[in-house]
Design a protein around this ligand. Structure first.
Ligand SMILES: Cc1cc2nc3c(=O)[nH]c(=O)nc-3n(C[C@H](O)[C@H](O)[C@H](O)COP(=O)(O)OP(=O)(O)OC[C@H]3O[C@@H](n4cnc5c(N)ncnc54)[C@H](O)[C@@H]3O)c2cc1C
Length: 388
């Protein structure tokens, strides 16, 4: 056997022996995800055990270095692990903005002390993060942000407001863009700061989505004192860190195009509803072909990314394609369900599952940068179109 074949055989055997049966069932809703954190809540003992077992092997972050709580796996081994997890339908043991967003930025820009402290906590699921980027006057034009961060000698003093901060009311810490120089050109006076959401002067106010959920907040900073060593990278050069992190965020969001890891074609999932409807059947067939193409594109991009050969604007392509695909998926699910799919609160509809998921997808092409912004980046940086 080659090294990779024996790694696959060992991984398969370990997963078979250790992944609890309950953790092989598809997630029913967002509430089935495990987010970890300082005060974690587990839906079941199996969920807790699955996180512990995976974290022990470093497999919550298989390709991070072992020194920071990772599995130390190569890109090829990480891919094999993912394939073997998908084979048995194993759930992701830990949902985490620390893993998908902050971690990669810390690995590139963090100092040794920050990496040792935060990456290890992230890998074990002991800290839950939120992202403080958007402000009421700075969304697509993110570099216009105004949250003020003053150097007070022995600490930073932060004042301002963020908005649309996902899970700010549940997060332990925030990675936050702040303005440290108001005189410099807007991209050059920004710093990337980490701080504890339990700090005096931090408050949050939940905002309701059309889906009926309230996953995000307005976040206010009122004279928040932050230790000096919690800037990542250089002061006033936070825009580089912010952009790098955004690439990883967009890659993560593009994963929605894969339909939450479900390997079942939509045509198969909806086959009863499609039997009498040739028009819908054709639409679903077209969708399934697009989904296969997207899956192939994602695999190629991820391989290129891991090999360090990806174009920096590739995550914009993936984000655009993946989120438009996910919206199309839910439009078709609604069409197949007919008027019953619009039910909002009944037991039969499992509390309006389809309608709420469909409405939630409307945000996919806004969060992490809108589709228009991604198309602008693609036009300029990949297609090199005149005037873009
Ligand atoms: C579900 C959800 C979760 C989110 N979570 C977070 C989070 O955790 N942390 C965080 O910081 N932010 C978060 N956001 C905010 C998100 O990043 C912003 O909503 C997004 O960047 C757009 O900014 P905006 O809402 O201010 O819209 P605007 O920037 O005001 O845009 C309004 C419209 O104008 C269009 N537009 C703007 N500029 C251009 C342009 N140059 N060219 C073409 N069209 C343009 C946009 O495409 C959009 O259609 C979240 C948003 C959503 C919906």
């Amino acid at each position: 056997m080659t090294d990779h074949e024996s790694f696959r055989a060992d991984t398969r055997a370990w997963l078979e022996a250790n992944c609890p049966a309950e953790m092989r069932e598809p997630m029913r809703d967002e509430g089935d995800a495990c987010w970890g954190g300082r005060n974690p809540s587990f839906k079941s003992e199996a969920q807790r055990r699955w996180l512990d077992l995976m974290a022990e092997r470093g497999w919550t972050v298989p390709d991070w270095p072992k020194d920071y709580g990772g599995g130390g796996l190569s890109a090829a081994e990480t891919k094999i692990l993912r394939q073997e997890m998908a084979r048995i339908g194993a759930r992701n043991p830990l949902m985490s903005f620390g893993i998908s967003m902050l971690g990669p930025a810390l690995l590139k820009y963090g100092n040794e002390a920050q990496k040792k402290r935060f990456l290890t906590e992230i890998a074990r699921g002991e800290i839950r993060w939120c992202q403080g980027y958007s402000e009421p006057g700075a969304g697509s034009d993110l570099a216009s942000l105004q949250t003020k961060c003053e150097d007070k000698g022995d600490h930073w003093l932060v004042n301002g407001q963020k908005v649309w901060t996902s899970y700010a009311d549940k997060a332990d810490w925030i990675f936050c863009l702040v303005r440290t120089d108001f005189q410099a050109p807007k991209h050059k006076g920004i710093s990337f700061l980490l701080f504890d959401m339990a700090s005096a002067g931090v408050s949050t106010k939940p905002i309701l989505l059309i889906s009926g959920n309230s996953p995000f907040c307005e976040t206010f900073f009122d004279d928040v004192q932050v230790p000096k060593d919690q800037v990542v990278g250089e002061v006033n050069k936070g825009w580089d860190v912010a952009k790098y992190l955004l690439g990883h965020e967009r890659e993560m969001i593009s994963g929605m195009g894969l339909g939450g890891g479900a390997n079942v074609a939509l045509g198969e999932a909806l086959k009863e509803a499609l039997a009498d409807d040739p028009v819908l059947r054709a639409d679903v067939a077209r969708f399934d072909v697009d989904a296969m193409a997207f899956r192939a594109m994602s695999e190629r991009f991820i391989d290129e990314l891991k090999a360090g050969q990806a174009h920096p604007a590739q995550p914009s392509m993936m984000k655009y394609a993946g989120t438009e695909l996910n919206k199309a998926r839910h439009e078709l699910i609604m069409a197949a369900g007919g008027s019953n799919a619009l039910e909002w609160a009944s037991e039969r509809s499992r509390g309006g599952k389809h309608a709420r998921e469909w409405l939630r997808t409307k945000a996919n092409s806004i969060e992490g940068g809108t589709s228009e912004i991604q198309l602008g980046i693609i036009a300029k940086r990949i297609l090199d179109l005149p005037g873009a």
